[in-house]
Design a binder for this molecule. Structure first.
Ligand code: KG4
Ligand code: ZN
Length: 356
């Protein structure tokens, strides 16, 4: 009998130290363990991630997290067939920790080493509990990225749209800071929004009628800042959070419809899938909105569970498994790549990159 491959995944690109073990199986791969240690407590007082503190914490914890991931998986270290570690994009001091750790384990085990693009991890995360086939449309919504991607096959991605300024998660975090809910803002804004009147404040939807399915959030955040100067009660804060959440949903609804059109022009596929990934994809209200949109446009909505939307190492092991099966291995001198686009041909869009 052929043994199902087992991949060790390592993720330290930002403020999560994560190690996971994923095993291949006939239907869809199985997560044997998935340990994530978040550093939000360390960075909360600074209102954002401090790279040196993040790297130090990765260094302190990576051994323990890896030990726990191995123990929970029930396998022996010698059962591992390959080691996959995030090589970028991300904070270079943070990436270096997981990358070096992964290379050391691969060397010790005499097994292949695979360098993973963190965004590819997010893009393939739905494969962990769905038997989804290529091509599909992906909306990646994280703290550093907001992109519509046509996922053609492993390693082949076409960016259909991106943010021209702030990432959507960054907008949630900045609004969280303005309202005073602490860091990270996203989950708290979602909670506050449930208690508020979403029609109280009229907020802008930048580039809503231009720029195709490219997005913009900077003007929305500035508008929230202006309104926040007049806040006096807790209810005002709830109302502002609700109005912000509603505006975000409207922007995503309209821009995703445009992305559906783009997808349909390029891919004549009967069974069309739309995947949302990244931390913001764990927002329940956004998920609900996408369900309605997909049902009316004949797209099958795939949302990974919240723990696979936010940063984790299972998705890195998943991308590693696909690459392992195609023998796409990397040398041990593979560098950390702080900037690394999935669609290498995509134009830089920030600032004046988008001509409207
Ligand atoms: O994918 P992720 O864990 O890390 C990055 O690669 O950036 O995403 C983190 C981002 C943060 O900006 C956080 O505020 C946001 O995802 N986020 C949320 C929610 N949970 C996390 N945003 C909105 N609603 C949520 N429930
Ligand atoms: Zn991420």
């Amino acid at each position: 009998m052929v043994k199902n491959s087992i991949i060790l995944g390592i993720e330290t690109s930002c403020d999560e130290t994560a190690v996971a073990v994923v095993k291949d199986s006939k239907k869809c791969p199985k997560i044997l363990s998935n340990i994530v240690s978040s550093q939000t407590n360390i960075h909360r007082e600074f209102g954002g991630v401090v790279p040196e503190l993040a790297a130090r914490s990765h260094l302190e914890k990576i051994d323990l997290i890896a030990k726990k991931a191995l123990k929970d998986s029930g396998i022996q270290i010698s059962d591992i067939d390959a080691v996959a570690a995030t090589a970028g994009p991300g904070l270079i001091v943070c990436l270096s920790v997981g990358l070096s750790f992964g290379k050391s384990i691969a060397t010790f085990l005499k097994k292949p080493f695979i360098a993973i693009n963190h965004l590819e991890g997010h893009a393939l995360s739905p494969k962990l509990n769905n038997s989804i086939s290529y091509p599909y449309l992906l909306l990646l919504m994280s703290g550093g990225h907001t992109q519509f991607l046509l996922v053609k096959e492993l390693g082949k991605y076409e960016r259909l749209g991106t943010t021209i300024d702030d990432a959507i998660g960054e907008a949630f975090d900045k609004v969280g800071k303005i309202i005073g809910v602490g860091f990270p803002g996203g989950p708290k804004i979602e909670e506050y929004a449930k208690l508020g009147n979403k029609n109280r404040y009229n907020l802008p939807r930048p580039i809503i009628n231009k720029g195709g399915c490219n997005l913009s959030f900077a003007g929305l955040k500035t508008a929230v800042l202006r309104v926040s100067e007049k806040l006096s009660t807790e209810q005002d804060k709830y109302d502002l959070a609700a109005s912000f959440q509603k505006t975000i949903e409207e922007i995503l609804f309209i821009k995703t419809k445009l992305a559906f059109n783009e997808f349909e022009k390029k891919e004549k596929k009967k069974k069309r899938s739309f995947v949302i990934a990244g931390g913001v994809a764990s927002n329940k209200s956004i998920r609900k909105m996408f369900k309605i949109l997909c049902d009316s446009h004949n797209f099958n909505l795939i949302c990974p569970p919240p723990n696979l939307c936010t940063d984790n190492a299972a998705m890195i092991a998943m991308a590693g498994l696909e690459r392992f099966k195609k023998k796409k291995f990397n040398k041990l001198d593979y560098p950390a790549r702080p900037r690394w686009q999935l669609d290498e041909k995509a134009k830089f869009m920030k600032g004046s990159g988008l001509i409207l």
